[in-house]
Each structure stands twice: as structure tokens, then as C-alpha cells.
Design a protein around this ligand. Structure first.
Ligand code: HEC
Length: 141
């Protein structure tokens, strides 16, 4: 048998060995995730409650503009991270009242510009409070 013919089974064999070793170490080198029951699970739930309470406390302190900033992440792709415009018009420089008025019009499926359809879906999910918060944030840009 030539060296080249020997090489193929050697390569296949060593690959199989490496993959096997990796699987064995994967099986044994991490804590048993699936076995979080009893005390482990209770601790997990307690932690979760602490995290939720901390988040609720943060949100309660947040200003309308802070809350609007969280929502604005969904607008930035079209209107620019700083409201400078892009696919959608520039929002920088608009007042809170104007933003609320325009978003309300889109929510009511009103046609404002040629591409209003793009905004109908965006505004549909916004509550009045969301619009006020977005307006506060955009006015601050
Ligand atoms: C898919 C892209 C896209 C996304 C995402 C998007 N917009 Fe728009 N937006 C547009 C386009 C396009 C227009 C112009 C619509 C028209 O012709 O009436 C527009 C128009 C507007 C206007 C009116 C601006 C003006 O001067 O007339 C406001 C206000 C606005 N968007 C706010 C938002 C807010 C707030 C969000 C996030 C909740 C958002 N948009 C998400 C594309 C988008």
C-alpha cells in the first residue's frame, strides 16, 4: 500500500478520535443543566424575582425620555440613531406634541406622505403612553 492510501484511513481515524474526545469532555465538563430541580430550582426562581423587582424599580424611576429611548431602538434603523433621518424622514428637531400627533395619525391609518403605509404597522402597536415617551425622547435628540 502506498503512503497516500494509508493517509486517508489515518486522517479519518484521527478525526473520529478527536470528535469523540470532544463529545466526552462536553458531556462531563459542565454542570448538569437539566437537573435543576428542588432547591436548585427554588433558588433560580428566587433569583428571577430579585431581577424582576430590580428592573421594575429601575423602570419606575425612568423618565419619559428614558422610556422613549428604549422604544426608539425599533425606529433607529429607518430614522437614524440620532433621528437624523434615513429611509424615513429626519425626526430631530420635532417637538413632543408634533411626534404624538403624527404617530396618532399613522395609528389611525391616515395617509400623510407617499410612504405612510410603512408607518402604519410601526404605530399600530404603540400606546398613547408609548407615543408620549417617544416624543419626549425625540425632542431631546
Ligand atoms: C421601516 C422603516 C421605518 C421604521 C422602522 C419607522 N419609521 Fe417612521 N417613517 C418611515 C417612513 C418611510 C416615513 C414617511 C411616511 C410617510 O410618507 O408618511 C416615516 C414617518 C415618520 C414620522 C413622520 C415624520 C414627518 O416629519 O412627517 C414620524 C413621527 C415617525 N416616522 C416616527 C417613527 C417612530 C417613533 C418609529 C418607531 C416606533 C418609526 N417611525 C419607525 C419609516 C420608518
Amino acid at each position: 500500500m502506498s503512503n497516500a492510501k494509508l493517509l486517508v484511513p489515518i486522517l479519518i481515524g484521527s478525526t473520529a478520535l478527536l470528535v469523540g474526545a470532544r463529545m466526552v469532555s462536553w458531556e462531563t465538563n459542565h454542570p448538569p443543566v437539566g437537573a435543576c430541580i428542588g432547591e436548585c430550582y427554588q433558588a433560580y426562581v428566587a433569583d428571577q424575582k430579585v431581577r424582576e423587582a430590580a428592573e421594575a424599580a429601575l423602570l419606575a424611576q425612568a423618565s419619559p425620555a428614558d422610556l422613549g429611548k428604549r422604544l426608539y431602538t425599533g425606529c433607529a434603523a429607518c430614522h437614524g440613531a440620532g433621528g437624523e433621518g434615513g429611509v424615513g424622514p429626519r425626526l430631530q428637531g420635532q417637538t413632543q406634541a408634533a411626534i404624538v400627533e403624527m404617530l396618532t395619525a399613522y395609528k389611525n391609518k391616515e395617509t400623510r406622505g407617499a410612504q405612510s403605509m410603512l408607518m402604519w404597522g410601526q404605530a399600530a402597536a404603540l400606546s398613547t403612553a408609548d407615543m408620549t415617551n417617544l416624543g419626549a425622547y425625540i425632542e431631546s435628540l
